[in-house]
Design a protein around this ligand. Sequence first.
Ligand SMILES: NC(=O)c1ccc[n+]([C@@H]2O[C@H](COP(=O)([O-])OP(=O)(O)OC[C@H]3O[C@@H](n4cnc5c(N)ncnc54)[C@H](O)[C@@H]3O)[C@@H](O)[C@H]2O)c1
Ligand SMILES: O=C(O)C(=O)C[C@]1(C(=O)O)C=C[C@@H](O)C=C1
Length: 288
Amino acid sequence: MRQYGLAEQIVGHAKSAETRDIALQIGLCDAVYTTAAEAVQGADLVVLCVPVGVMGDIGAEIGPHLAPGATVTDVGSVKGAVVEAVAPHMPGGVHFIPGHPIAGTEHSGPRSGFATLFQNRWWLLTPLDGADRAAVARLRALCEGMGANVDEMDVAHHDLVLAVTSHTPHLIAYTMVGVAEHMRRVSNSEVIKYSAGGFRDLTRIAASDPVMWRDVFLTNKDAVLDILGRFTEELFTLQRAIRMGDGEHLHAYFTRTRAIRRGIIEAGQDTAAPDFGRVPQGGEKGKG
Ligand SMILES: NC(=O)c1ccc[n+]([C@@H]2O[C@H](COP(=O)([O-])OP(=O)(O)OC[C@H]3O[C@@H](n4cnc5c(N)ncnc54)[C@H](O)[C@@H]3O)[C@@H](O)[C@H]2O)c1
Ligand SMILES: O=C(O)C(=O)C[C@]1(C(=O)O)C=C[C@@H](O)C=C1
């Protein structure tokens, strides 16, 4: 926001003193506060950026301190659970508009943000019934001001779509890296040492923050279990084709999946790659 001149003053709260100090040092915030309640006082816009499982606690803390007419949004990866936990704490006259930028890396902490993160990435807003359209338009303009493409979506639909495109793929990555870890004990580290590109990509995903992802799976349980069930069925058909030597099935399947990848690239949605190789700065793993 600072880079694009979108806010007059940016203040922050984080629960650890170390995170607050870093946020000040690197110029993310003009001021930091030890409580969320103090940080939100007089703010036009409040952005909740905590793990999904604690959004409700923060909502309860800030509710009584929000300025009339303020907009509250969040960046949580799951929307249904956030709405359920936060909306009851929002006073009348405050615009609560849940959101989710589909952009991120496996890194956490205040040093992991960078101003181009949202360029040409989707930012989904899930306004609730009766949302104030002028407030939604202001939030949309803010996201677009950081280079994002904004779409609006129903909360439940968001959670199903993200279960397919983000949550279940993360679970698969975690599982495959877990399998390799187990095999390592059998094969004297060779599995890790000789890991090829595909596995290396999975290890990047599987290095994502454990608290964030624990909360995603606990709060988007139904959609993830639905997609996981479908995944398992597909896996069994492929397993059977391999056992039966059914090359035709495998070839036809992989031809279809290749077309999906090409479709994503043609649609200009393969924009995350440039930052994947970026070297994290010191202290990046430190959590607030
Ligand atoms: N990392 C990504 O790729 C990504 C992308 C899109 C959305 N998100 C969502 O953004 C949110 C934040 O993720 P992040 O990657 O910025 O994580 P982060 O670890 O960088 O920041 C999380 C912050 O939450 C604070 N926090 C944790 N527990 C808390 C508690 N009990 N009370 C008060 N504060 C607490 C931490 O101190 C930290 O400052 C999550 O809801 C996540 O689902 C993440
Ligand atoms: O590239 C990554 O590191 C990510 O996993 C980012 C990613 C995603 O799955 O696309 C992860 C979770 C968020 O909710 C949004 C973005």
